[in-house]
Design a protein around this ligand. Structure first.
Ligand code: H2U
Ligand code: ZN
Length: 354
């Protein structure tokens, strides 16, 4: 159509990883940020909270006591969604009532003994310790017979259903390959078979050439708003090299990942001067014993905030019934994030990181 452009006209964008579409309506909010910068809404937290079930030395629900840990701390989830000893079983009634038993292991990782220290406020060497733990957990869980997939994810902020502000993430490892991962695997496989390169290496090369949606990049990782973003400030961190999982990263790459994770989350916090909520998750090769040259290591960040520290995007109505929709473009979001300072607003105020 003559004159069609992505900045002015309603259009659909395709997500080649999932094979799904998003409706983009840029005309509805050409200027999505109308100066609505709010005061810092995030409560100042103590560095130790005697009531916190993740702080060192405290007792968790169920009675187990946390050690006096000094960097990271990992434990088996006291309310695990998956259990290693579930008996084998399945149900199939006329193809309409189908169920399968599922085995797995769920763990919780505390990033730091400090109750108040989120990733954007942590030092890179301390974030690196979290990454090293992710690597060893992916390997150790992946080596178990019952485990074929290891999902590492972080819920941050009560808005995302996170139960505790103490910085932590979770790992759910299980026998089957989950739905989102299966979609991405199918599309990455098809792309790799046809082109002999990973889908995300070609995508990244094009993003680097266009330089419209890149937020931050170092030698080994790139943070960007994907072309097909559905959440207002959705982002991905993609390995610059086509590694299929965390253990394939070399030493400088692991530190570069810590740097990129911090760089993105600092910009997130600075955007609305708040502790920016999101769900983060790694996508990487399943641990099913097969080679997975199609897989390209990446992280997704799905943040719900829309235009201030309090205004949240809901995926309801049309989005529940049809497909996701957004009112401003991925390019506008990327610009907003890219222009944020790389120094956390709290660090600036006090002259040092609290
Ligand atoms: P969030 O990351 O969504 O806040 O979840 C925290 C997890 O911590 C949750 O899965 C677990 C919950 O089961 N948990 C424990 O394992 N022990 C506790 O004492 C409280 C919470
Ligand atoms: Zn705590």
């Amino acid at each position: 159509m003559a004159g069609f452009n992505l900045e002015d006209h309603p259009h659909r964008r395709y997500n080649p990883l999932t094979g799904e579409w998003v409706l983009v309506s840029p005309h509805r909010a050409k200027r999505p940020w109308q100066g609505q910068v709010e005061k810092d809404e995030s409560k100042a937290l103590p560095d130790y909270d005697p009531e916190c079930y993740l702080c060192p030395g405290n007792t968790r629900a169920g009675g187990k006591e946390n050690p006096a840990y000094t960097d990271t701390f990992i434990f088996t989830n006291d309310f695990s969604s998956l259990l290693p000893d579930t008996p084998d079983g399945k149900l199939d009634e006329s193809g309409l009532f189908i169920a399968r038993s599922e085995r797995g292991i769920a763990k919780v990782i505390c990033f730091s003994p400090r109750h108040d220290l989120t990733v954007p406020l942590m030092d890179i060497p301390d974030i690196r310790k979290v990454i090293d733990l992710w690597v060893t957990q992916y390997e150790a869980l992946g080596a178990l017979d019952i485990i074929n997939h290891v999902q590492i994810f972080e819920n941050k902020g009560s808005m995302m259903g996170c139960s505790n502000p103490h910085p932590h993430c979770q790992i759910w490892a299980q026998s089957s390959i989950p739905v989102e991962v299966t979609k991405e695997q199918k599309n990455q496989s098809a792309y790799f078979e046809e082109n002999g390169r990973t889908l995300l290496s070609d995508y990244l090369a094009m993003e680097q050439e266009k330089n419209e949606r890149i937020i931050y990049r170092n030698d080994s990782f790139t943070a960007l708003v994907p072309f097909w973003a559905t959440w207002p400030f959705e982002a991905m961190i993609i390995a610059n090299r086509p590694v299929n999982s965390l253990p394939e990263l070399n030493d400088p790459e692991k530190t570069a990942l810590a740097d990129c994770y911090k760089a993105l989350t600092v910009r997130y916090d600075n955007l609305f001067r708040t502790s920016f909520p999101y769900s983060m998750g790694f996508h990487q090769a399943p641990v099913d014993g097969k080679p997975h040259p199609e897989w390209h290591l990446h992280m997704h960040f799905y943040p719900p905030l829309l235009r201030s520290a309090t205004v949240k995007k809901f995926m309801v109505g049309y989005e529940m019934m049809a497909n996701p929709q957004r009112d401003f473009t991925a390019e506008q979001s990327a610009n907003r994030l890219r222009e944020q300072s790389g120094i956390h607003y709290k660090a600036k105020q006090s002259g040092k990181i609290p």
